[in-house]
Design a protein. Sequence first.
Length: 147
Amino acid sequence: MKFNVEEAIVYSEKGKIEEWVHLFLNSEGDNFAFSEGLKLQKRYWLGPIIYDLDKINRCCGPEKDIKFHEPYENWENRIKRMEDLIKQGWEMAPLIVNHDKGYLEINDGNHRHEALKRAGINKFWVIFWDSEDENNLIQLSKEKYYE
């Protein structure tokens, strides 16, 4: 598997985006705990769609008050490596974002998000999930952007 946007779109078109998310998280995404947490209840899915990076919020980073703190030096080293990969044409996975009562939080892809923004990329592919109701994702689907 390639775990890139193109592959995620193929899975989505077949109604299997949730399957792709778990395959990604349990391999290249290296986020087993998140995958297991998603399996605890029914989730609703949207995407991948191109979305404005400024409208979604990181939950990981070097900031003191962030949910998942990462030491500044570690954060910067990972971001710089990803920026280099972006310049080389890296076909990265979409970001995975939780929609919770209108708040959009990145659950997987915080480092990719930051590297994209630093590379001057303002919109990128996102897979959204919601635990409440699939109708909560309808507005997001109307806000999608095409380049």
